[in-house]
Design a binder for this molecule. Structure first.
Ligand code: FAD
Length: 357
């Protein structure tokens, strides 16, 4: 059955004093924002907890200025920043509530109930929240992996996310890494008139071959099988000594060497994990813990914004169905527990009703 009726939440709800939330969502990236819109549009009180100071997830923090060209409905592309802001505004208008700079710590089961259902308690770095369902949408990546050899400089010209610099004329930028984000950063600097030296410790960059060709076309230098042996200040610049014996004087350094994994958080949640450490889910996006769903990059093979959106929406609807229908009439349970078993229960209920008449 189609499921697209929007039920607005009343703006008279006192969100500060709710006895419990219908849904708590961890992460305000694409998956979490899409899930939050969907639950709020079905009249469920929804709280989103986000570790960073802004919503948007990877598109906001990793490629805010990149034009994303593969989002259906945006033929001219849209930047990560604009896409994040639009989705966030939509969630705010639907009365989703947000808490920023707050991190998930653990989720515990409680004895408190709502409609015969045990509530969960979500513990964060700042407090705790009772709720009926939790949707984990915290991605696989967390904070950028750092390079100690550069960190000891404590320089404001060493960036772990793409800096907002409009024009790199006169700048020589070392970009460290060989994945798509490093290659995208190198292209971005070259297109803004900067000089780039890409340094990658492997033999072949992992990012797209087309982007590597683009870096070469734009005049970027690529140093493969190369690491930074030491770094020191040289006037306004930073002097890098490379493992090949070469030296490089640069004005900025952009480091994109991967991320610390969110898997440490997953291990604390007592959910079944896949062999690769991602979260295992069933076909309804529910984890091995009842009432705890997981969407987007936390488990997915296909890591894309529209995929995270679609999963967030589906998990939100499954959560909604579980909240609004008794478990034995719930579509999901009907399928999982085999229709025959439920059929028996319904028949028995009908027989006893008939006997009473
Ligand atoms: C360089 C790059 C370019 C990309 N380009 C594209 C593209 O062009 N098109 C496309 O479709 N996809 C692209 N992707 C992939 C896309 O960005 C991801 O698949 C998508 O962001 C996943 O969304 P998500 O909501 O699952 O996770 P995320 O975007 O990772 O969001 C998770 C959020 O959860 C927060 N969080 C993490 N841990 C906690 C915690 N413990 N407590 C509270 N909050 C927490 C994080 O701060 C973050 O805001 C790209 C990815 C990268 C790295």
């Amino acid at each position: 059955m189609a499921d697209f009726k929007v039920t607005e939440l009343s703006d008279e709800i006192d969100f500060q004093n709710l006895p419990y939330w219908d849904v708590v969502i961890i992460g305000a990236g694409p998956g979490g924002l899409a899930a939050s819109l969907t639950t709020a549009h079905r009249g469920l009180t929804t709280l989103v907890i986000e570790a960073k100071d802004k919503p948007g997830g990877q598109p906001q923090f990793l490629y805010a200025e990149k034009k994303i060209v593969d989002i259906p409905g945006f033929p001219d592309g849209i930047t990560g920043e604009e896409l994040s802001e639009r989705t966030y505004r939509q969630a705010v208008e639907a009365l989703v509530q947000f808490r920023f700079n707050e991190e998930l710590v653990s989720i515990e089961e409680t004895d408190q109930t709502a409609n015969d259902e045990n509530l969960k308690k979500v513990f964060t770095s700042e407090g705790s929240f009772l709720c009926r369902k939790v949707i984990l949408a915290c991605g696989l990546l967390h904070y950028p992996r750092k390079l100690p050899v550069l960190d000891q400089l404590e320089s404001k010209n060493v960036y772990y996310k793409i800096p907002k610099i409009g024009d790199y004329e006169e700048c020589t930028v070392a970009v460290i890494g060989g994945g798509d984000s490093a290659l995208d950063a190198a292209v971005m600097v070259l297109q803004r008139r900067g000089k780039v030296s890409l340094i990658y410790r492997g033999e072949n960059p992992r990012g797209q071959a087309a982007t590597i060709s683009r870096i070469k076309e734009l005049g970027g230098e690529i140093h493969l099988s190369t690491e930074i042996s030491s770094a020191e200040f040289s006037g306004d610049h930073i002097l890098l000594k490379l493992s090949t014996g070469n030296e490089l004087l640069c004005s900025q350094i952009i480091v994109q060497v991967g991320f610390l994994s969110a898997k440490e958080t997953f291990e604390k949640l007592d959910v079944r994990l896949n062999d690769d450490g991602s979260i295992a889910i069933d076909p309804y996006y529910e984890t091995s813990r009842k009432g705890l769903f997981a969407v987007g990059d936390v488990h997915g093979d296909i890591k894309l914004i529209p995929v995270a959106w679609a999963e967030g929406i589906q998990a939100a609807i499954h959560a909604f169905k579980e909240i609004t229908s008794p478990y034995w009439l719930n579509e999901k349970r009907l399928r999982d527990l085999k229709i025959t078993l439920i059929g028996e229960k319904i028949t028995q209920a009908a027989i006893s009703q008939n006997k009473k008449k």
